[in-house]
Each structure stands twice: as C-alpha cells, then as structure tokens.
Ligand binder design. Structure first.
Ligand code: FAD
Length: 507
C-alpha cells in the first residue's frame, strides 16, 4: 500500500473528533473519496468537551455553518475567556481573555507601558481593565463584532469562543457529514488486519463479521487508540511528571441564573474544578491527581460545589497526560483522544482536533504515503503539543500555594527548560517571545504569568522613550475607551435570547 493512490477513507470513532474529521473531509475532499465512519453506540463517546477557543469559529466557517443555528442546536453559549480563582494563591482571581490587551504602541506591546505605570503606582487598574473581554465578562456582557463602528473600535473585532453540549455538537456534525455523503456504520470493531509486509492497516472487522477495508484510516477511537496504539504500537510520551492530574469526575447541574460569558476554573486542594454554562444546564467537573485525593472525596468535593441541583450521578474519567510518539503512523492518522490528551484547563483538545485536520489536509497524500509528509505532520504536531503542555504547566507551577501536598509538589517540581527560560525572561523584564506558530500568543502568556503572580522586576527600556505624561494619557484613554464600549454591550443572556435561543429542555 505504499505506492497506490487513496480511494477509501475509514474514520474509526464518532465522538467530537470523528465527526469533525468526517465533516471537514467531506467538505474539502468533495466526492473524490469514499468516506466511511464507524462508531459503536455500545461504547459511546466521552462527551465532556464543552469549552472551546476562538479558532473553532474558523472551522465552522470552513464548513459554512451558520453561527446562530450552531449555537441553538448545541444549547451553546459564548465564551470571552476563562476566570481563574485561587490559582496563584487562595483568594486570588484573574481573567485569561481572548483578544487584545490595550493597544500596542510603537514596537512594544501594551503590557510594557502598563508595567512601568504600575511600578510607579500610576496605573491603579489591573491589566484586565484594559481588555474588552475581561471587563465585559465581569459585567456578564456579550456581543459579536459590530459592523457599524469604526474599524479601530474594540467592538469591531471581538474575539470569542463557544461553550456547547458535546453530544449535540457531534450529532449536528453527523447530520452535516451524512448530507455530504459520509457513510456511517454502527458496530464494535473486534479485529484490525495489517498488511504482512508494509504493516499498513488494511481493514477492520466488526463484531457482526462485516469487514471494512480502507486505504487511509483516521483513528478517532478515543483514549484506547484502537489503530494507532493497539494495532500499530506507536508508543506514548507521558507528561504526568509535569501535569499530575490523571482523573476527572464530571456532572451536569441545573443552571441557576443567566449563563456567564466565560468558563470558570477554580483551583481546589488536589486539582481544579470547571464550570461551563450552557443554555439548558451547567457542566461541571473536578480534574484531580489520584495520588492526592480519592475518587469518592473528589466526587464529594464536586457535588458540594455545584451552583444547582446535580442532573445525574458523577462520571469518573481516567487519563494520562501525554501524546503519541507519532500522530501519523503508516496509513493511520490519529485525532482527538486517540492522539493524546492534555487536561481541559485551557480548552485545547477540540482545538487540537481542528488543527490536526487542517495540517493533515494540507499534507494530504494525494498519491502515495510519502514519508516526508508524515514526518512534517509529526514534527508540527509534537511542537504544538509541547508548547501547549508548557503553557498548562505554568498554571500549576507558578503558584504561591502551599496549603496541600498537591500544590507543594506542583510549586517544587522541575519544569521543562524552555518554560523555565520563558518565566525567567518575563520575571526579569516582562518580555515574552512567541515561538513559531505556537497556539498561545503573547497576550495569553502575559495574562497567565501576571495572574499566577509572576511580577516582572523591570520593563522594556524603550518604554522610557515615551514621555511620562503621554504614557499616562495613553493608558487612561485605553481604559476609558474599553469601559465605554462595554457599557454599550448587551448582556450575554439578552444577546442569546435575541440571536440564538435554543429550544428549552424540560427539567
Ligand atoms: C474530563 C475531560 C474534560 C474535557 N473538556 C474539554 C473541554 O472543555 N474542551 C475541549 O476542547 N476538550 C475537552 N476534552 C476533550 C474532549 O472531550 C475530546 O477531545 C473530544 O471529545 C474528542 O473525543 P474523541 O472523539 O477523540 O473520543 P470519544 O468521544 O471517546 O469517541 C471515541 C469514539 O470511538 C468509538 N469507538 C471506540 N472503540 C471502538 C470500537 N472498538 N469499535 C467501534 N467504535 C469504537 C466510540 O464509539 C466513539 O464513537 C475533555 C476531556 C476530558 C476527559
């Protein structure tokens, strides 16, 4: 199978990853290939990926999905960022917002001017006061970018993501993909046949005895990695020495009050809790280290920290943070949980599925499986994973918390050298350099570093080129423009009600 062209694509798994791949392949590859997707109702899906990053908008745009319909059909809400409570120390709070912070001036980013003013005691406001998203989130406001304002207005370019019901999103994408000709097969795969010489996957066999042959296989089978690991033995790089959480307990609860336009992340004694507001319910989960708390204690902690009445029993999920040694091995490309997993602290998993699809379509093997394509794909995927990994480690490591053995261990752990260098540079002079096309940009790193309590000892010397009075006026005017813009925004609940209210679900 190394020199023949691809005709049949088989996607194994119908969770978020499988249906995202099916929808995108059907849209982009058109009628050139037969696309089949196999899923097993008996096994089911993970179904807990409910918070996203702004990139998903691009994915939906590629598919030509109408935003209002998508939000309605998935009981969705909008997300301006993440509010972190008790992370740097108990009682601390910061907001990691999407979009710009202030307004860059000359060669330097906004936060450099803010750092100088802060040192002088002249910028009383927290850095969040210069972010439209953070100010709007604190007031429960939301709107999409306005077309009837000046292009330079912060309202002309609002960065946001979505919260949605993962099961409904998979169903929505399934309808889309099936409309475009993807054939769905229901059944449990019990056998994987490899070519005796090349080791390529030739076919999978269902419990019913049906054999499904393919030229290219997309492994979206979840944590088990049915093809990439169980059949091809690709290997796994374990990140748990830096990302110690290995379990989550999740439960939805009744919503109380209007949905917040942000994800809420609250640090707990052995991990952290998420709260994700949807139109029909609130998703909750406690991500924790099983070395520091028992499953029963974690479930009890979660249940005693819900906004509303739980809707069902808490569900336990086990995982090991890490990634496959190869994301594309022979004629198998792994996406979603089959390719690796990093906990949902910054809602990166669905983004990684999207990014994997985009990279793969770019490097698509039109003719044969050229090893150069595979190598490039794997290099890019490993780079992307490792940079996100470091960003997540930052949240755990840069903390003053010493109240539990878990936080003590996080604070004291040795971290990857590149992250150590990033922190040192920022602590010295507030500087940060984005590497290549890593996912998180300067504003994200800066907000999280400041929020976690890393205070730069100085600022960039070029800041002094701007006259003191000009700098103070500049900061004040940026703050004022943002406050005025937010005043003009509707509440998140009012925006949803007007534009994309879902059909209410009976209690
Ligand atoms: C606790 C937790 C919280 C998360 N929160 C977020 C979040 O907020 N944001 C985010 O972006 N991501 C989040 N994620 C990740 C997100 O849930 C996943 O990335 C996403 O759901 C994709 O899952 P998947 O499709 O890869 O796997 P799954 O949902 O597990 O789907 C696997 C599919 O493979 C099929 N399958 C498996 N074995 C067989 C077989 N033998 N035969 C036939 N079919 C088979 C199953 O039937 C299923 O259809 C979270 C994950 C966890 C664990």
């Amino acid at each position: 199978m190394t020199d023949s062209s691809i005709k049949n694509i088989v996607i194994v798994g119908g969770g978020t990853a499988g249906w995202m791949a099916a929808a995108a392949f059907a849209k982009v590859l058109g009628g050139r290939y037969a696309i089949q997707l196999i899923e097993s109702d008996e096994i089911g899906i993970v179904g807990v990926g409910e918070a996203t990053v702004p990139h998903l908008k691009l994915f939906n745009n590629l598919l030509g999905i109408d935003e209002a319909e998508f939000v309605r059909r998935t009981q969705g809400s909008f997300k301006l960022g993440i509010q972190f409570d008790d992370w740097g120390r108990i009682g601390s709070r910061y907001f990691h917002s999407f979009g710009a912070i202030g307004h860059d001036l000359g060669l330097l980013p906004f936060h450099q001017y803010w750092l100088k003013a802060r040192r002088q005691g002249k910028a009383a406001a927290d850095i969040g006061a210069y972010s439209l998203n953070a100010v709007a989130a604190a007031q429960g406001k939301f709107m999409v970018s306005a077309s009837d304002v000046a292009p330079t207005s912060p309202l002309a370019n609002i960065a946001y993501a979505y919260h949605f019901d993962a099961g409904l999103y998979a169903r929505f994408l399934r309808e889309y993909a099936e409309r475009l000709g993807v054939r769905r097969l229901e059944g449990r795969i019990v056998d994987v046949a490899l070519h005796p010489d090349s080791g390529f996957v030739e076919a999978v066999t269902l419990a019913s005895g049906v054999r499904v042959a393919g030229d290219l296989f997309v492994d979206c089978s979840g944590f088990r990695g049915l093809l990439i690991e169980q059949a091809l033995r690709t290997g796994y790089d374990d990140f748990s020495r830096w990302l110690p959480c290995d379990r989550a307990v999740a439960v939805a609860c009744e919503k109380v009050g209007p949905p917040t336009p942000y994800t809420h992340s609250i640090a707990r004694g052995a991990g952290w809790q998420w709260r994700i507001p949807l139109q029909h319910r609130t998703g909750n989960g406690y991500v924790y280290s099983s070395a520091h708390i028992s499953d029963d204690e974690a479930a009890a902690t979660l249940l005693s920290n819900l906004d509303g009445r739980p809707l069902g029993e808490p569900r336990l999920l086990r995982f090991t943070a890490g990634m496959r040694r190869k994301f594309w091995n022979r004629n198998v490309v792994a996406l979603g949980l089959a390719s690796g997993f990093m906990e949902p602290l910054e809602s990166t998993s669905i983004y990684l599925v999207q990014s994997g699809i985009a990279k793969f379509l770019n490097l698509f093997p039109w003719g044969d499986f050229d090893p150069v394509l595979t190598e490039r794909y794997n290099e890019q995927s490993i780079f992307e994973y490792e940079r996100i990994r470091d960003f997540l480690i930052l949240h755990y490591h840069a903390t003053e918390r010493s109240d539990t053995p878990f936080w003590d261990a996080c604070r004291r752990m040795s971290i990857p050298p590149q992250l150590a260098q990033t922190i040192r540079l920022f602590r010295d002079s507030g500087r940060f350099f984005r590497q290549g096309e890593e996912m998180f940009a300067l504003v994200s790193w800066v907000q999280v570093m400041l929020g976690q309590g890393i205070v730069p000892e100085s600022y960039h010397p070029l800041v002094d080129q701007v006259a003191q009075s000009d700098m103070e006026g500049y900061l004040a005017s940026v703050g004022k423009v943002i406050a005025n813009c937010v005043q003009a925004m509707p509440s998140h609940a009012a925006f949803i009600e007007r534009c994309c209210a879902a059909v209410p679900v009976p209690a």
